[in-house]
Ligand binder design. Structure first.
Ligand SMILES: [Mg+2]
Ligand SMILES: [Zn+2]
Length: 173
């Protein structure tokens, strides 16, 4: 039985503050975006598990170190835990944009990894949310529901929604 509903969240620009690539080199700790805590909480209450799906080409392109990535991730998870929010898992793509890997969004590799690890995931009851076109394209490639935060209405259809703020997605669940 595929009964696990998952809210797949982008990380940078969705849960925590994003920066231009070159600026990430100097970032030591994550800044949690204000409405993300409330939204993640509500999503959990509505019965979804949370999985973070994040492109980190910053790693292989040399903007950040693996240690830095892990520290920022751990600090983010600790802060979410302080608010009672447990994240089921995080999948990240470390590859350069030029590497042509199968996991960089909008490729579906990270979702198929999640499906392998958690076979109970029901993709029809799950959704992807993010602040980039690649997040929406990933949802389209997976034929799942998708929410684009401020990415415009180009992609909108019965499964793809444009929202202004992260918490707006709650109205659709
Ligand atoms: Mg983002
Ligand atoms: Zn990759």
């Amino acid at each position: 039985m595929s009964n696990l509903k998952v809210a797949f969240f982008d990380r940078d620009g969705t849960i925590i503050e994003d920066y231009p690539d070159h600026q990430w080199t100097y970032i030591k700790k994550p800044v949690i975006l204000s409405d993300s805590i409330e939204t993640l909480k509500s999503v959990k209450i509505k019965g979804y598990e949370i999985i973070i799906i994040t492109n980190q080409y910053l790693l292989n392109e040399g903007f950040i170190s693996m240690e830095q990535y892990k520290e920022i991730t751990e600090m983010m998870l600790n802060e979410l835990a302080l608010h009672g929010i447990e994240v089921l898992d995080i999948f990240y793509c470390p590859h350069k944009r030029s590497e042509g890997c199968a996991c960089i969004k909008p490729q579906i590799g990270m979702i198929t990894e999640a499906l392998k690890k958690y076979p109970d995931i029901n993709i029809n009851k799950s959704f992807m949310v993010g602040d980039s076109v690649v997040d929406i394209e990933l949802a389209i490639n997976m034929k799942m529901k998708g929410f684009g935060i401020g990415v415009g209405s180009t992609y909108c259809n019965e499964d793809i929604y444009e929202i202004k703020h992260i918490k707006d997605l709650l109205a659709y669940l």
